[in-house]
Design a protein around this ligand. Structure first.
Ligand code: DGL
Length: 329
């Protein structure tokens, strides 16, 4: 069987980080360049041919629209380039779920696109980056990954972009989880086991990528939240607000009243939850308030989806709700 040809796009993160000592507590993400990284990976005996490109070399807290634009363009070109069978993106873990979800919503799904990171820097005891990288290359070279959208590999688990979230700040084996669907595949030394069939029936990009996404702040609810905070977060260009509500997307009555006023003026309001595994169902009051329920999307993913919808001129709460019910329809 021909060896798959994989394009590796490097953005930095801990997977390319160095501490300068095996046991130091602090370290810098994004220190190893892609050429050096691929040279280190040579000893792994990967069953694939790799080309590398450096997109950035930074911590993922600094990744945003400008880098997403370059990444999106490079992946879109590679998807139509017969030279590549799959794409791996090395990325910091802090915002990997956001980059993965944005790409998932805005790229065609013809070939595997896999994000991978690490929880420990390259010179630390127990560096997990090369194992994760080897697993990501396996997944990107597997034709069965196609039709599952953008994937994230951490440890031996493979997650779908729509489900994946970072749930721990420490620990290399359980820092990521899929919700509500768990992991979608498991990489073992001898096999790559997929759980279930591909779920993306339509292979085209679902939404148009834009570097200039509308202003959509996240209002984080806490006990005793002052509704005036909303006025400080929402400016004249704000088109939508995501509420990181308590429990199932709840908020103090004074906050609800303020947000319902904004909704009646045409600002899109999406109720998500600040709870890690928060599932926000639609309630009868959402009709009167003109609110949207985020379902299983956490606030940061709800924000990206809402931004893409608003950028396409979709502002009606019922149409936004339909997209949150099934963003890939
Ligand atoms: N600041 C982090 C980032 O690049 C380092 C954490 C990591 O990559 O695990 O997302």
């Amino acid at each position: 069987m021909a060896r798959p040809r994989i394009l590796v796009l490097a953005t930095g993160g801990t997977i390319a980080g160095m501490a300068g000592s095996a046991t130091r507590h602090d370290y810098r993400p994004g220190q190893i360049g892609i050429e050096d990284y691929l040279a280190r990976a040579e000893d792994l005996g990967l069953q694939a041919d790799l080309d590398g490109r450096q997109i950035a070399n930074i911590g993922s807290e600094d990744i945003g629209p400008a880098i997403w634009r370059v990444l999106h363009a490079q992946i879109a070109a590679a998807l139509t380039d017969g030279a590549y069978d799959g794409i791996v993106v090395t990325h910091g873990t802090d915002t990997a779920e956001e980059t993965a979800f944005l790409l998932d919503l805005t790229l065609a799904t013809g070939k595997p696109v896999v994000l991978v990171g690490a929880m420990r820097p390259a010179d630390a005891v127990g560096y997990d980056g090369l194992r994760n990288f080897a697993n990501a290359v396996r997944v990107a070279g597997d034709g069965r990954a196609a039709g599952r959208g953008v994937l994230v590999v951490m440890g031996d688990r493979v997650f779908a972009a729509r489900d994946v979230r970072k749930v721990r700040t420490r620990g290399s084996d359980d820092a990521f989880r899929g919700f509500p669907r768990g992991s979608v595949a498991l990489v073992t030394p001898s096999a790559l086991e997929w759980f279930g069939a591909p779920w993306r029936e339509k292979s085209g990009a679902r939404y148009t990528f834009s570097e200039h996404l509308p202003d959509v702040p996240i209002v984080y609810v806490n006990a005793g939240l002052d509704p005036d905070l909303i006025g400080r977060l929402a400016g004249p260009n704000t088109l939508g607000i995501v509420v990181a509500g308590v429990g199932e997307g709840n908020m103090p009555e004074s906050v609800r009243v303020r947000l319902a006023q904004l909704a009646s003026q045409g600002i899109a309001i999406v109720r998500a939850s600040r709870v890690d595994e928060g599932l926000v169902d639609r309630e009868p009051d959402d009709d009167t308030n003109r609110f949207v329920a985020a379902r299983a999307f956490n606030p940061q993913k709800a924000r990206l989806l809402l931004q893409l919808l608003l950028a396409e001129g979709i502002a009606d709460p019922a149409a936004i709700q339909a997209a949150f019910d099934d963003p890939y329809a």
